[in-house]
Design a protein around this ligand. Sequence first.
Ligand SMILES: *Cc1c(COP(=O)(O)O)cnc(C)c1O
Length: 377
Amino acid sequence: MKLDIHENKPIHITQPDLPPFGEFTASLKQIWGNKWLTNSGPFHQEFEQAIAKYLGVKYISVFSNGTLALVTALQALRITGEVITTPFSFVATTHSIWWNNIKPVFADIEPNYFNLDPGKVEAAITPQTTAIMPVHVYGNPCDVAKLQQIADTYGLKLIYDAAHAFGVKKDDNSILNHGDLAILSFHATKVFNTIEGGAIVCHNAKMKQRIDYLKNFGYAGENTIIAPGINAKMNELQAAYGLLQLKYVDGHIAKRKIISEKYRAQLGGMQGIRLLPDIKAVHHNYSYFPVLIDSRKFGKTRDEVYEELKKHNVFSRKYFYPLISQFPTYRGLPSATRGNLPIAEKVTKEVLCLPIYPALDLSSVDLICGIIRKSIS
Ligand SMILES: *Cc1c(COP(=O)(O)O)cnc(C)c1O
């Protein structure tokens, strides 16, 4: 096998999709004509309507990025005290809680798809708990029914970090329709990007109104401020770009699916490598391709495989390593104590996300799988 054809051409974990340049310059021309750059301009309004329709959700408010959408979601629901969340996510999930002066409480994940384990959530509830913030990790849906049941039983709010779950449906219903609020990220590295960007999905017009006020300093009129809001508005260039992206995202997801299937065909039967199976009732977005490497069965550790790929100019990523609960900021929390999160502690040592993006050609997938196969020979 020729393992060196890509030696000088690095393959990264992802590569962003951009709309056709000519289409974007046409939008820019309109913006230059409008002289309306931000503050709920025509592209912002059109984008919100188009994306709500595309996703199959009732109300959506678009943001300058996903992290500010998370921070604002907690404000919108007046969350205080303690929020139960997952250690197995991108660090912004817990940061958003911290920025609201709320105490994050980590609960362990379940072993199949690495989402927050509802049983562990229930065990972590205290009189101070006001909300649960789970993540649909890699776009695989959480146990939304159980989590809602727990939230209802204990009178808690449920806010999903759905940054990975753009376009994901279960039984033909958007996964974003679950919980009180769901947050999206449109960062350049995500399945759907507006360069930077994000959104909050909600279920009624009153909540959308409140969120719209909060992302614009709390302005509810020329001289009326209803809350200490923030500036988290999406600008017109991002919204115009997003509108164009919507036309192509189905095609991009279809290409990701083909790549995912190619990986599955090549790595599926390999001793010591575990893949997360697709779920029948779920329309996936193929945002990530995680593999778990059991070093005793495979013969090499996750880190050794990572280094071997790197030597061949293939840049996989250890999503998510370290756990959020292992970072200096959070490791002193009682819930972060070693041994409290055994499944997350095991998964974080074994998981590796392989490159996946629409422009990744199938020969590169062969190459990557070949490097992994050869690493143990
Ligand atoms: C990307 C991501 C975020 C942050 O979104 P930004 O748009 O980059 O601010 C939050 N949570 C998760 C799980 C993410 O993957």
